[in-house]
Design a binder for this molecule. Sequence first.
Ligand SMILES: *Cc1c(COP(=O)(O)O)cnc(C)c1O
Length: 372
Amino acid sequence: MSDVRIDDLPVRDELRGKSPYGAPQLDVPVRLNTNENPYPLPEPLVERIAERVREAARGLNRYPDRDAVELRTELARYLTRTGGHRVATENVWAANGSNEVIQQLLQAFGGPGRTAIGFEPSYSMHALIARGTGTGWISGPRREDFTIDPAAARRAIAEHRPDVVFVTTPNNPTGNAVAPETVVALYDAAQAAKPSMVVVDEAYVEFSHGSSLLRLLEGRPHLVVSRTMSKAFGAAGLRLGYLAADPAVVDALQLVRLPYHLSAITQVTALAALEHTDTLLKYVEQLKGERDRLVAELRALGYDVTESDANFVQFGRFADSHTAWRKILDRGVLVRDNGVPGRLRVTAGTPAENDAFLDAVRDLKKEQEQSG
Ligand SMILES: *Cc1c(COP(=O)(O)O)cnc(C)c1O
């Protein structure tokens, strides 16, 4: 068809030779690689979505509510009810997935001549979205056990004076949560250095043993807490992410968002899902139980397992994690090789999916022991 490659086009220099985000989408029986919720939406919710979409379809000749006020009001209500902190409509912003929320944050607070820092290994999209928005990326340190060393992190912030600081808690791909005191220490360091925006990515917080950091928003106008309906709400296909912050942050994001970025269909579908919050959060409870079972059983098998507050578990160690990934795949189970040396990540699935995974790693362990 065409033998023109990306690098033959006049693309921006920072995109040359790069690869797109790409978790493998392979057709295998058990897919535990992208931290999705394994449960399809319950049938009454599916019915309710169909009803609300039908209603919205009658108005599709018009642009949707540009400011998504009804949806932001319901998201604020959800955060207030579950997050231990009062959040109002004007504190909330929503977009197509929290990836778009993060992109808008970097468009407003990052950009050419500015930098962002994350403490790695962490969510790879923070660095990729930084690149896409022309924001310089700084890889901050983590300890050997994947926790953040507050002193080392504060030094990195003081040295680089980034414009945006990302803190993912619970962290992906490692699973562990960041202590609230550490987030406060990083916020204070970031204010002393610049001042900069601090973005707490709480994509997995509903699965956590601890509580949300929403309460830290009080008196911290440069703090942002981002959330998503992709994980706990089991709606990765919907593409709905949101944040809570000072209303001035929401005003800043309205300077960079595309007009009518959230379709009327997306808005009513998210509203329907929020009507079923209690049912969806019951699945979260089941998944937390399964997550704890994975941790316990992997440890019993002798694997080195990172503490998890998320719906996935990081385990190892492997002399060669890619070979181990392949061997688990040969047994019909797709997990994730995030490039963390010696480790793999498995998403908590249904009990049957987790059993299949545990059988596969039990086999792998036996094979390793036999080959010495
Ligand atoms: C999955 C994930 C998200 C969610 O992104 P969406 O665009 O909302 O699907 C955000 N942050 C982290 C750390 C994640 O792992």
